[in-house]
Ligand binder design. Structure first.
Ligand SMILES: Cc1cc2nc3c(=O)[nH]c(=O)nc-3n(C[C@H](O)[C@H](O)[C@H](O)COP(=O)(O)O)c2cc1C
Length: 215
């Protein structure tokens, strides 16, 4: 696959089929993940790749509880505000996030990266994105989720038997599966609205009205 196709179309693909992901595909995703850079090349990561139905089921209960908690707290009023201003993108994100929370137990693979000796947690970002791009290249949809590590970190450690006393902490849970929907280019405000030239607040002289890669 063209690199830019992978970059432009790796979206939050929450609605996935329960079909298992073949082992060679999973291996490729994980091998791509651990090729990523890390601070000082310390590779202070472990990735727990969960496909055992009982374990995914336990995580699903925690995910649902965490998603509900997120909506009660940080996302309180978000749906209503989106409705009021006719914001269809937010409505679609919330509906797809609801779907994931309700169907998490059907997700064929969940990869949970753990980190340690990484104060701001940033050392895992490239590995996570490598995993998601490698999945995309093989037709597997992923969603990077963080509600579990926000709201249920201790429970996740218990379910997976994580040695938290050795400093390991969960950074994310990436759901993976073959998509029910179609791939597409992410809609975003154009680059010139969020990029400054040389100094904060100074608009670049150019603009990019349309994505520079499309189908
Ligand atoms: C750091 C991070 C945390 C996220 N956490 C969650 C999550 O807990 N649950 C979820 O359904 N989506 C989560 N997402 C997915 C975002 O909602 C999604 O990437 C965003 O809405 C853009 O969607 P798109 O890539 O399909 O355009 C997360 C994304 C990021 C980057």
């Amino acid at each position: 696959m063209d690199t830019f196709e992978a970059l432009y179309t790796t979206r939050a693909m929450r609605r996935v089929k329960p079909d298992p992901i073949p082992e060679d595909v999973v291996k490729q995703m994980l091998d791509a993940a651990i090729r990523a850079p890390s601070p000082g090349n310390t590779q202070q990561w472990r990735l727990v790749a969960v496909s055992d139905r009982a374990v995914v089921g336990e995580l699903a209960g925690l995910y649902k509880r965490s998603w509900d908690e997120l909506q009660r707290t940080f996302y309180s009023g978000v749906r209503e505000a989106a409705e009021a201003r006719g914001d269809d993108i937010t409505r679609r994100v919330m509906s797809s996030a609801d779907w994931l929370a309700a169907n998490f137990d059907q997700v064929p693979l969940v990869v949970l990266p753990f980190i340690r000796n990484d104060p701001d947690g940033s050392g895992i970002y490239p590995a996570v994105w490598n995993l998601m791009l490698a999945a995309r290249a093989q037709g597997v949809g992923t969603t990077l989720t963080t509600v579990l590590n926000h709201f249920a970190a201790d429970d996740v450690n218990e379910v997976l038997g994580v040695p938290a006393d050795k400093g390991w902490r969960n950074a994310a849970a990436i759901t993976c599966g073959y998509p029910l929907g179609k791939w597409g280019v992410a809609e975003r405000p154009p680059v010139e609205q969020v990029v400054f030239a040389d100094r904060w607040g100074e608009a670049p002289e150019w603009s990019v009205p349309e994505p520079l890669w499309s189908y």
